[in-house]
Design a protein around this ligand. Structure first.
Ligand SMILES: [Zn+2]
Length: 134
């Protein structure tokens, strides 16, 4: 089996997409990194980035996930794809991406403050939002 065929396997791709989406969701924003750099310096930024190693995905899968994510961004920005605009693998990949994203948002609720996912049971969030629930 070639690497390309493997990437198109829906079940495997779905599993990888879930790992990738969760990893991307924990990515610090550039504002967060700037704040850490200002307050604690470059070493603290490097430590923060080392705390979240990339998921162990097969070669090329990270690029494929990024590509599918970019296609979804374009679609949600209003770009309409015709049947001939994307390959069959891209159409299948987009369905797998949307399904994986739905599974992700069923597991984690969005923060009322910044709309990024709250990944741990917490009364507050990195952005500064605090729950009034006790
Ligand atoms: Zn937040």
């Amino acid at each position: 089996m070639t690497a390309q065929t493997r990437v198109c396997d829906a079940a495997e791709l779905g599993k990888w997409l879930e790992q990738w989406i969760e990893w991307r969701a924990t990515e610090p924003t550039s504002d967060e990194l700037d704040k850490i750099r200002d307050e604690l310096g470059d070493d603290a930024v490097r430590r923060k980035l080392r705390q979240r190693p990339a998921p162990d995905l097969p070669l090329g899968v990270d690029e494929w996930c990024r590509h599918l994510s970019r296609l979804e961004e374009l679609a949600s920005a209003g770009c309409q794809f015709g049947l001939d605009d994307l390959t069959a693998a891209e159409w299948r990949g987009r369905s797998a991406y949307r399904a994986a994203r739905e599974r992700f948002w069923r597991r984690y609720r969005p923060c009322p403050g910044c709309e990024r996912p709250i990944l741990r049971i917490a009364r507050g969030h990195d952005c500064g939002w605090r729950s009034s629930e006790q």
